[in-house]
Design a protein around this ligand. Structure first.
Ligand SMILES: Nc1ncnc2c1ncn2[C@@H]1O[C@H](COP(=O)(O)OP(=O)(O)OP(=O)(O)O)[C@@H](O)[C@H]1O
Length: 294
């Protein structure tokens, strides 16, 4: 698919296939075109070209029945801020024919204690969990999660991962974008790396970009100092070291992490931007809430 904003080709011939029941994570630097792609798939943004099918329909033309089958987790919908958590989740549930039990969803996202709290009084991470609750209460077949755990503390992130795993066990397909490599590694069956509006690599997190084929590094130290050996056969090296030292001091066997592979794929030496605020988005119109039934 393709999408330009003026001169800027935000999505430039991006091809993506997601199978039913899969969890796919889209990774890419700020401005790579992830959100634009997801919004085209959700039917919230027009495209300039390309054939797109989501649950068998073109999202640009699909109607209300189609929309009730997808779950969209929006980033910070503020116009519902006066309602309480309980009111919002219960209200959204009424939009969908096969909705989940609203109270169960509130428990699932860990907002039981906040059920009487107004949305505007939630912390950033709690607010995000409410967004997730509203996105999944309709028991969607396909769930879009755009940077779902931005602003979560580590514990909340872990419980969110369990939640996504539950969604999959329930039969849902999940497409998520994230800047957290650990999140992609933990959740995704397949990772798709996007750069300049195109897919530059895809595959399971364990083997992305020839990860397993890359050499391991064995490190240890002794009275002469630190040692490091690159090898295709780390087990053999460790065996030799064991024979030489007995218990090898400071032994480490290092493989390229998903982050190492990702950074080389996007051609960056520095760490990827932490997902806080992005100047790129300053001019972007705020996404409107789904209200589910539109
Ligand atoms: N409404 C808009 N008007 C003009 N340019 C836009 C608009 N939305 C996005 N862009 C530009 O299109 C490119 C892709 O943006 P997009 O938001 O899809 O990237 P992203 O991969 O989601 O980035 P991030 O990781 O920062 O969320 C960027 O260069 C961005 O500045």
């Amino acid at each position: 698919m393709r999408k330009a904003y003026g001169e800027k080709q935000a999505v430039d011939g991006l091809d993506l296939v997601v199978g039913r029941g899969e969890i796919v994570a889209v990774l890419g630097p700020n401005g790579a075109g992830k959100t634009t792609t997801v919004e085209i798939l959700e039917g919230f943004r027009s495209r300039d070209g390309g054939d797109v099918r989501v649950l068998g329909e073109d999202p640009a033309r699909a109607g209300r029945a189609w929309r009730s089958r997808i779950g969209v987790v929006l980033q910070g919908t503020n116009d519902l801020a006066e309602a309480t958590v309980g009111e919002l989740v219960h209200h959204f549930a009424t939009y969908y024919p096969g909705a989940r039990d609203a109270d169960e969803v509130i428990d699932l996202v860990g907002l039981r204690e906040k059920v009487r709290t107004r949305a505007r009084q939630l912390s950033g991470g709690q607010r995000r969990r409410l967004d997730v609750a509203l996105g999944i209460v309709g028991r969607p077949e396909l769930v879009f999660l755009d940077e779902p755990t931005t602003g979560f503390d580590p514990q909340a992130r872990r419980s969110f991962w369990d939640l996504v795993t539950n969604l999959r066990e329930d039969g849902a397909t999940v497409l998520l974008t994230t800047h957290y490599l650990e999140e992609a590694e933990h959740l995704a069956d397949r990772v798709v790396v996007v750069r300049d509006g195109q897919v530059v690599a895809e595959g399971p997190p364990a083997t992305l970009g020839g990860r397993t084929a890359r050499q391991a590094v064995v490190r240890w130290h002794d009275e002469h100092g630190e040692h490091e050996q690159r090898t295709d056969t780390p087990t053999e090296v460790v065996g030799e070291l064991g024979a030489r030292y007995g218990e090898v001091p400071g032994l480490q066997v290092l493989r390229p992490t998903l982050e190492d592979v990702y950074l080389s794929l996007i051609g960056a030496d520095e760490k990827p931007a932490v997902p806080t605020t992005s100047d790129e988005h300053d001019n972007e119109p705020t996404t409107t809430p789904t209200g589910a039934g539109r």
